[in-house]
Design a protein around this ligand. Structure first.
Ligand SMILES: Nc1ncnc2c1ncn2[C@@H]1O[C@H](COP(=O)(O)OP(=O)(O)OP(=O)(O)O)[C@@H](O)[C@H]1O
Ligand SMILES: [Mg+2]
Length: 415
């Protein structure tokens, strides 16, 4: 399949919309432009004011278009937040291919049966992630096509979300005159940008710390094992500082970015950050040690909360390749150290990797989702032979088998 259109990713976050435009070249993806626009149209990670979000999509898109000199007419868009739920699922089907070998249709049918998990009314499937196959009870098969057997069993991780969440995101992008080619789960997009195949294989946990929420996904043996959303993001750190230190949001943001969460930082007592006093009564000098203590408590709560979620799923051991923190919230200085104490494992900050081009801003962790969308868009464009060598979603393969589940409104151009 040849498609020379540029690759465009739009991350509609709770605080900003980020757009990345790239073009594929042999053996590399070249970022040509990016755009970013702040907005106040989301509450708790959900679109609360469509107009505001649409306006931000428009501004960020125009900025990216101008930088790249490429029109943004279509995009892969990320979706996340508490309304997205993931479930492991298994389903089997008799093998019907010639000479009892597994056909493409058999694989599609087994996967589509995985999607028939019990999902509440008003939810729809967002994605189905292949997690391996078994043939006649023999597990550990990555690609069963062409193999002989009688019964094919597929394992998958099925992501679904509310129709309202799905539709409002799609609307916000459509109304900015951009067609949505597919919706992807935010932390899986971030993972595309920041994780190495080794980390997924050995097992790791990615945490995308955004403004309103933090999303986590656990991999083991290259497969997604679990995912979830924890209702703490960067804005909670700011709110704590503003409340305790009696300053406004801008002052609290400044304190957060200047101080970080390392309680053993040697210059904590020397840090005096001048910020406005709440109520407009002049300025005050914020106490660095107190600020660090407040931020540390929030970070502790965030990671302990996620660790609890994992233990509820009986996943008590942190995967071997440790914890990767990404998203704008991961910029909080010293946060990796706090994660290491709670998860008792190595933690690192995940930055977008392996993208060419001289668009410097997209190097930061807050760009992980948008950059990952570019990679996912690129994978979808590749032919089957190339795609087989890559891990990831199976949106294309299932598009035909699951037309009605994946259907998009608004007469969009699906590729
Ligand atoms: N240098 C920094 N230190 C600490 N926090 C930072 C820094 N830079 C950005 N942040 C925080 O990152 C957060 C925004 O991150 P990001 O852009 O990933 O969020 P989002 O995608 O808009 O939100 P969400 O993922 O929750 O929908 C803000 O809360 C901001 O305060
Ligand atoms: Mg985000």
């Amino acid at each position: 399949m040849s498609d020379d259109r540029p690759l465009i990713g739009i991350d509609v976050g709770s605080s900003t919309v980020k757009v990345v435009v790239a073009v594929p070249e042999p053996h590399r993806l070249v970022v040509k432009g990016c755009g970013e626009a702040r907005h106040d149209g989301a509450r708790k990670g959900i679109i609360a004011n469509l107009e505001e979000v649409t306006a931000a999509v428009r501004i960020a898109t125009e900025e990216a278009e101008a930088m790249a000199s490429i029109p943004v007419t279509h995009a892969v868009v990320a979706l996340g937040g508490a309304p997205v739920v993931g479930k492991k699922s298994c389903a089997s089907t008799p093998v019907t291919g010639r000479n009892l070998t597994v056909s493409n249709d058999d694989v599609n049918l087994a996967l589509s049966r995985c999607a028939a998990v019990m999902i509440p009314e008003d939810y729809r499937v967002l994605d189905i992630i292949e997690c391996g196959y078994a043939l006649d009870g023999q597990p550990g098969i990555e690609n069963p096509e062409g193999m002989a057997g009688r019964t094919l069993e597929a394992s998958a991780y099925v992501l679904f979300t509310t129709r309202a969440h799905f539709d409002s995101l799609e609307q916000s992008v459509n109304q900015a005159s951009v067609a949505v080619t597919s919706l992807q789960y935010e932390p899986l997009a971030a993972a595309e940008a920041v994780l190495s195949p080794d980390e997924k294989e050995l097992g790791c946990m990615l945490i995308d710390i955004g403004h309103a929420t933090s999303e986590w996904v656990v991999w083991s043996e290259g497969m997604v094992q679990a995912s979830g959303t924890y209702p703490i993001g960067g804005r909670h750190f700011v709110a704590d500082i503003a409340t305790v230190m009696k300053t406004n949001t801008a002052g609290a943001e400044l304190i957060k970015r200047s101080v970080g969460v390392s309680l053993d930082r040697h210059d904590l007592d020397l840090l005096g950050i001048e910020v406005p006093t709440l109520g407009g009564h002049g300025n005050q000098i914020a106490d660095g040690r107190l600020a660090a203590q407040i931020l540390y408590e929030r970070a502790h709560e965030l990671f302990v909360g996620i660790a609890k979620n994992l233990s509820e799923l009986e996943m008590d051991r942190t995967p071997r390749a440790g914890v990767i923190l990404t998203g704008g919230g991961a910029r909080l200085e010293g946060l990796d150290g706090v994660a290491e104490t709670i998860f008792a494992h190595h933690a690192r900050i995940g930055m977008p990797r392996n993208l060419a081009g001289e668009v410097e801003p997209v190097a930061g962790p807050e760009w992980a989702v948008a950059c990952g969308l570019i990679r996912l868009a690129h994978k979808k464009k590749q032919g089957p032979m190339e795609r087989k060598q890559l891990e990831g979603g199976i949106f294309n393969r299932l598009r035909s088998a699951l037309g009605e589940i994946f259907e998009f409104g608004g007469g969009n151009d699906l590729h």
